[in-house]
Unconditional design. Structure first.
Lengths: 300, 320, 258
């Protein structure tokens, strides 16, 4: 039983971690919560669905299908994020902390409702390119091939991100900007470009998460982003917002907490969403810098 | 233009217009107008309330509707327990204020963007809890509210009765807000918004005053929730979703943060236009209303951050 | 000879930030009616010291006794209520409030009306509002800004902004006025103006403590001078004494010059 819970928690946690990374990358560089991230991940899922629907022969099933869906969703979501940043956030960056936030909420609403009004108000079934096999683990627990794919894809993407951020020139530029954007600019780094790249990468990760979400639950809807987005944000804060490792850590912890709650608290499934939000509030009250984050002070 | 809108004479004209509305609706055989008027009035109250938190002190609150819900449900439960309606209203306000106070004490030291997320989280927690505690609230099936027809001697139509009550509440709210604005407390709030450190070093107990603004918001939310429950005679968690909180934020942002006349205009537009369009054009319009709010938030923030009817101070703050 | 009463006593005060000792082992006394300057090279801990005095930082060790009461660690607004007011190195006015409103805000600790007064427009409330406005106008006149009362603080010329900050600080009827580099960015005429204002403030019964970099001003205005370097008070005395103190010279100019 516990083993099964663990498998489920890891799967859920992997998805949350990917989404959380999107929030944390943007926050790290701009100290801004990208409220529209939840819709970006939703759009990624819809993009993948679109591909499988339009070209079902090539991309409906199999490895090609899987790969194609990832490519389309990541590119699409990344692009949307970049466009949103360019037109809805950038002009407001220097006005106040509040303005980009309000704009982000507006964008989130617009995107969600655009899909609702012009794509579909209903749940749409999501293609399943992976043949589902149950692999027994002993003790009555089993892991499905789908769960393995989810976990594998998420870990692969996280590893790629790690490599990118630590070893490439652009990654270094991203780290510099996250540390001190003004000085990075003075060192010759084009902050606007780095910010755009960050939004692209964050969005792409969200898009991938959207595909994984769709595969995991079998269907997607215009509002799929809201809850996972809010929970993943909680995970990012839990780990220390702005901190990449923290986002991953937070994602898995939150996944674990949710699965535990569902399993062991009576009527737990009903309350699992409340738990995520409660964790959020508690973390922000007790340890606002999160598990791996740092504190900052103001000069008088 | 804004000078004209702010003059004393204009205020009396608008009050007269508000009072005349039921007659006009009757004459035009368009009784739905009175209902719309009531809804607009409730959102004016909510906007005035949120204005204390968002407009005066600049705290970004994304869960305000939770307090509307607490006011509404407290009233419903009290009425069910046969508490007389006026007492139920006062009780609802008290409970709402108390809940707000507790939340404020916990979260006010957080930074702006964190505050936004925490308030959103609390809003969801409140709604989900109301939804899950069906032994008390009847959960997703909703609660019936015992009827109360206080102004039956004035008008037969309950919509008109409650419309008048709501108008009275809005007038009281506007007067109270105006008076607080022009006082030591109001100046302290503005000082906090403009430079918190300087405010503190000028002797203002910043934390307490933020908590005060935050808590006063709840008076409006509790009153509005109460009136809503008594009018509709039915409450369900679906009326208090996150998007309604966003709507109230949109009202304050569109109208102009910290501006009373702005908030009233914002409510008139955002809460009044969609149901009117739904009634006169087609039912589908109502589905577009959220898209409409989202666009408004983005466009107003980008192109007219001071809002439609900014307070003169805010205009200066944002256009320099 | 009567001894002036000790208004501020600082004993063994320290403010550490982790391993950094921004202020350490500071002992000093200021008597009522004095004008005292604090000087020292940049980074010497002068503003940090002022921040501890006014409750911005809690201090790591030591005592601050003001007017006979311990105040270290009290919240800033409480310290203001007890009679300590300050201005800032980088002017911190309320930019979109008028000059008059800025000063009126300063009056906060000396007034009491809260919610009922304004909501019910009681006579007590109306009288207090009138008194606040009158006193604010008075203070604007004292600092020489009478004509600029209705101008937004952000639109005032630099020198006027500095004076406005002082007027706002005076609005709390302080016993001790702390000025952080009041003549920063001022030309000689403006500095003279400010010196005259500080003297006027003393005549009004307020003790003044200031951080100052312009030596001419320091020599002109101070009864006594404290010198800080690396977070520690290295010298104290009359301006003349301090200026010829070899340790002071060394701090500013290096060992060779001393």
């Amino acid at each position: 039983m516990v083993l099964q819970q663990l498998v489920n928690a890891l799967t859920l946690g992997a998805i949350y971690s990917l989404i959380a990374l999107g929030y944390t990358l943007v926050y790290g560089i701009l100290a801004m919560i990208n409220f529209a991230h939840s819709e970006v991940l939703m759009l990624g899922a819809f993009a993948a669905l679109g591909l499988a629907t339009i070209l079902p022969a090539a991309f409906g099933t199999g490895a090609l299908g899987l790969g194609g869906m990832f490519v389309v969703s990541m590119l699409g979501a990344g692009l949307v994020n970049v466009i949103v940043e360019r037109f809805a956030y950038r002009p407001l960056r220097h006005i106040s902390r509040l303005a980009p936030l309000i704009s982000a909420i507006g964008v989130s609403i617009v995107l969600q409702n655009a899909v609702f009004l012009w794509l579909s108000t209903q749940s749409l079934s999501f293609p399943q390119p992976v043949e589902i096999k149950q692999i027994p683990l002993g003790g009555g627990a089993s892991v499905s091939s789908l769960q393995l794919v989810i976990l594998g894809a998420a870990l692969a993407l996280m590893a790629l991100l790690h490599f990118w951020v630590e070893k490439t020139k652009m990654g270094k530029a991203m780290r510099a900007c996250a540390d001190d954007i003004t000085t990075a600019g003075l060192m010759g780094i084009n902050a606007d470009v780095v910010i755009a790249v960050t939004f692209f990468v964050g969005g792409a990760l969200g898009g991938a998460a959207g595909v994984l979400y769709g595969m995991n639950y079998g269907s997607i809807k215009y509002n799929l982003g809201f809850l996972p987005g809010a929970k993943a944000f909680t995970a990012a804060v839990l780990g220390g917002i702005g901190n990449i490792r923290g986002a991953v850590l937070g994602g898995f912890i939150l996944g674990g907490l949710e699965v535990l709650a569902s399993g062991y608290i009576p009527n737990g499934a009903q309350w699992r969403d409340v738990i995520a939000f409660t964790v959020l509030i508690l973390v922000l009250l007790v340890r606002p810098s999160g598990l791996l984050g740092e504190k900052l002070a103001e000069k008088v | 233009m804004s000078g004209l809108l702010r003059s004393r004479g204009t205020a009396w004209i608008l009050i007269a217009a508000a009072l005349a509305l039921p007659f006009a609706a009757h004459a035009a055989e368009f009784p739905y107008l009175v209902r719309v008027g009531g809804i607009v009035g409730l959102f004016m109250l909510l906007g005035l309330g949120l204005n204390f938190t968002l407009g005066y002190v600049g705290l970004f609150d994304l869960g305000f509707i939770a307090f509307y819900a607490i006011g509404a449900y407290t009233t419903s439960i009290a009425m069910k327990a046969h508490v007389p309606a006026p007492a139920a209203i006062l009780l609802a306000i008290a409970v709402t204020v108390f809940a707000r106070l507790l939340l404020g004490i916990s979260i006010l030291r957080l930074r702006g963007d964190y505050l936004a997320v925490v308030t959103m989280g609390f809003g969801e927690i409140a709604r989900l809890t109301i939804n899950n505690m069906d032994w008390l609230t009847n959960g997703p099936k909703g609660m019936q509210v015992r009827p109360w027809r206080p102004l039956a001697f004035l008008a037969k139509d309950p919509n008109v009765q409650f419309y008048l009550l709501i108008v009275a509440a809005v007038l009281a709210g506007v007067a109270a807000t105006r008076r607080l604005e022009d006082s030591r407390v109001g100046r302290a709030w503005v000082a906090i918004r403009e430079d918190e450190v300087a405010a503190r070093l000028s002797g203002i107990p910043v934390r307490e005053y933020k908590l005060l603004a935050f808590t006063l918001s709840a008076v409006f939310a509790g009153l509005a929730g109460s009136l809503f429950a008594l009018w509709e005679q039915f409450v369900t968690p679906e009326s208090f979703v996150f998007w309604e909180s966003v709507l109230v934020v949109s009202i304050v942002v569109l109208g102009g943060m910290g501006s009373i006349s702005g908030v009233l205009l914002g409510a008139l537009i955002l809460a009044g236009v969609p149901p009117l369009m739904q009634a006169t054009l087609s039912a589908e319009w109502i589905n577009y209303r959220y898209l409409f709010f989202g666009l408004i938030l983005v466009l107003v923030t980008l192109f007219r951050p001071q809002g439609l009817l900014p307070s003169s101070r805010r205009e200066a703050e944002l256009t320099s | 000879m009567t001894r002036a009463k000790a208004l501020l006593e600082v004993k063994d005060l320290a403010q550490h930030f982790g391993g950094l000792k921004a202020v350490d082992q500071v002992n000093l006394t200021i008597s009522e009616g004095e004008i005292v300057s604090v000087i020292g090279p940049n980074g010497a801990g002068k503003t940090t010291f002022f921040n501890v005095l006014t409750g911005v930082y809690p201090g790591s060790r030591g005592e601050i006794v003001f007017d006979g009461q311990p105040i270290r660690g009290l919240p800033s607004h409480e310290i203001v209520a007890r009679g300590v007011a300050r201005t800032f190195q980088n002017i911190r006015l309320f930019p979109d409030m008028t000059a008059l409103e800025n000063v009126m805000v300063g009056r906060h600790t000396r007034t009491v009306q809260f919610l009922l007064g304004p909501l019910l427009r009681t006579r007590a409330f109306l009288e207090e509002e009138a008194a606040i406005e009158a006193r604010a106008k008075e203070l604007l006149e004292i600092v020489g800004l009478k004509a600029l009362g209705n101008d937004l603080a952000r639109n005032l010329p630099y020198g006027a902004q500095r004076k406005l900050e002082i007027a706002r600080a005076l609005a709390s009827d302080p016993k001790l006025l702390i000025l952080d580099e009041p003549t920063a960015g001022m030309n000689p005429t403006e500095s003279q103006d400010l010196v005259a204002l500080v003297r006027k403030v003393r005549v009004l019964g307020v003790t003044v403590l200031l951080i100052e970099h312009q030596m001419r001003v320091v020599m002109d205005i101070s009864d006594r001078v404290f010198v800080f370097d690396y977070g520690v008070k290295i010298a104290e005395g009359t301006p003349r004494e301090v200026v010829s103190n070899p340790r002071v010279i060394e701090a500013y100019l290096g060992k060779e010059a001393a």
